[in-house]
Design a protein around this ligand. Sequence first.
Ligand code: MN
Length: 249
Amino acid sequence: MKPVIGVVPLRDEERDSLWILPGYLDGISRAGGLPLVLPLTTEEETLRQISGLCAGFLFTGGQDISPGLYGAEPAPFCGPACAERDRMEGALFSIAVLERGQPALGICRGIQLFNVLLGGTLYQDLAAQFSPGAALHRQKPPYDAPAHGLRLEPGTPLRALLGRDSLAVNSSHHQGIARLAPELEPMARSEDGLIEAVRLKNRPFAWAVQWHPEMALAWESSGQLFAAFVSACRGDCGAMVADIAQGDL
Ligand code: MN
């Protein structure tokens, strides 16, 4: 049986519709999972049932997080938020990841969401608030072309998984982690110092990345990342957790 993996849909306010980029589903499918696009419900009972149906969850890219969630006023350079997603993902994260320890992967908005839900803050616009360095964080198409480099932090399971200490990634974000939530461990930084991969400490697999593996499925690193996530959803993360506990990674 393939592990069923709940995928948070994207929201198009203009068309009043939910949608998904096929790369999110394909990344899961190619790694042996069965992706299931979720409703944007905030009913606790329904979310608990969804948590029971799914082995893990993919928190997708999308609108900016409402700055109020990290105690900031929206700045003029902040993009539009999506209150429906903020609420649904907050409730889902709380039940599935924090309460039940289910595996989760966050992508782009996903890493920002994890950080905010755990008490961190964001730059509302990197160009306006983060000292602009050499890294191009908002690239033009094609999105499966590398935009900047990352340094993978020693001793992290991401570095162990990829078997290398640096990685070139694509980049399509204008916000980023400012103050890191205490429960998150940084696993990668861009060449200009932005945290671009994290994991939630003391959880089998709650990882998030700022880049877009779903837009670059041909890359070896994208396949490795989806494979690690789907494997965790299958319950195969015992060995990885033991290695981390022994300090082998
Ligand atoms: Mn970037």
